[in-house]
Design a protein around this ligand. Structure first.
Ligand SMILES: Nc1nc2c(ncn2[C@@H]2O[C@H](COP(=O)(O)OP(=O)(O)OP(=O)(O)O)[C@@H](O)[C@H]2O)c(=O)[nH]1
Ligand SMILES: [Mg+2]
Length: 367
């Protein structure tokens, strides 16, 4: 009998019989020391992904096995998509183990962001979702910002036990662990990461000492995330790849902003003022009269108003509206997974349009 071996890149069980299934490796590669399955090899070298047979439910079941463990849970979320990546059912999934909440990808925020406000907002969001957290950190896994402090706190709170890194897909769990491995052992890109959702397929154990591990887990799938409704090409466009630049628009009431054709904000009532937009620099923003907005959409969706591209249009739910009556100055209207708009003045009514299931929300401005 062969011993069971797992891919060090994605955690899938290695097999040599079915090239279409996860974990496939040609027999000839089995003797390699750092064994990677063919899917990981292709992701790493060609940025190509391969379908897997595992379902959303398989991943959820796998991660839910943590409930019976005894360790520390590091819940990583994407600060660009707090609504979509904060797992409100986390206490059910991981039981009553201590939780650290980690807001990842801070490198993408404009420099003017107030980290204290952001941290407060994350704490409030966790509280609202009934998730008790021991601590909150803001980090950038790609740039390393905040990772050392977090690693120190993890080492204290883990109390010589295992550490589980848990979150929805694509928040940067594996990138975070790679950063820790780099800082402690000097090795680069040990675990496979990619901008495709669903990269990690099984638990990946990185030894912390003789008996405990730092454990990467597959992402939990939340259908309220924008990532599930856009094509690979559009995913690249909507995901910021560097610090986002604020784009300001002086608007009168009865004007509309389109963010590509993926979302829209109507300024219904209020004094003339600035709307400051924070989206991936590659999402074009169009201003139009509210009167013309529907016609513009019908005629230009996928063309002037893009993304969406053709593939995205096939799976994108229709836009639905939410109305916000804003009293206070400096309020953000948040389009989860896309960005947000800061409205400077108070006493404003706006209507936000977003794909059904990707609910728009409001918060105090972070800038
Ligand atoms: N800008 C930025 N991008 C990041 C950061 N961390 C991760 N990413 C990017 O986010 C994408 C997903 O990263 P992964 O580490 O594969 O995410 P994951 O949570 O392990 O995803 P699954 O394994 O699919 O659950 C990749 O394109 C990463 O480069 C960060 O701190 N800043
Ligand atoms: Mg991963």
């Amino acid at each position: 009998m062969e011993n069971e071996i797992y891919c060090q890149g994605c955690g899938a069980l290695i097999q040599t019989t079915d090239p279409e299934k996860e974990g496939y490796t040609p027999k000839s590669s089995l003797k390699n020391e750092d064994l990677l399955c063919r899917r990981c090899f292709r992701l790493k070298h060609y940025n190509e992904t391969q379908e897997v047979s595992m379902t959303d439910d398989d991943f959820l079941k796998m991660v839910s096995s943590i409930r019976d463990a005894n360790g520390l849970v590091v819940h990583v979320i994407d600060i660009f998509d707090v609504e979509g990546t904060l797992i409100s059912s986390l206490p059910r999934i991981v039981g009553d183990q201590p939780i650290i909440l980690v807001g990842n990808k801070v490198d993408l925020l404009p420099k003017s962001t107030n980290s204290r406000k952001l941290e407060q907002w994350l704490r409030a969001s966790a509280k609202q979702a009934n998730i008790k957290v021991k601590d909150v950190f803001l980090i950038s896994s790609t740039k390393g910002h905040g990772v050392e402090e977090l690693a120190k706190q993890i080492d204290i709170l883990r109390n010589k036990k295992d550490v589980y890194v848990v979150g929805t897909t694509n928040v940067g769990k594996s990138t975070f662990i790679n950063r820790i491995i780099k800082q402690s052992a000097g090795l680069d890109d040990v675990i496979t990461t990619s901008y495709f959702p669903g990269t990690t397929l099984g638990f990946i154990e990185i030894p912390l000492d003789d008996s405990t591990f730092l454990i990467d887990t597959p992402g939990i799938v939340n259908k309220q995330q924008m990532v599930h409704y856009v094509s690979t090409k559009d995913l690249k466009l909507i995901t910021p790849d560097k610090e986002i630049k604020a784009r300001g628009y002086q608007l009168n009431s009865e004007q509309t902003l389109y963010f590509g054709g993926l979302a829209r904000l109507d300024f219904i009532k209020g004094d003339k003022q600035t709307f400051v937009c924070y989206f991936s620099n590659r999402i074009p923003i169009h201003r139009t009269k509210l009167d013309n907005a529907d016609t513009l959409y019908e005629k230009n969706i996928g063309k002037l108003l893009s993304p969406p591209d053709e593939e995205t249009m096939k799976k994108l739910p229709e836009l639905t509206t939410s109305t916000f009556k804003i009293k206070n100055e400096n309020t953000d209207i948040v389009f989860p997974g896309l960005g947000w708009v800061t409205i400077k003045g108070g006493n404003v009514t706006v209507v936000a349009h977003s794909p059904r299931d990707v609910a728009v929300s409001m918060r105090r401005s972070l800038v």
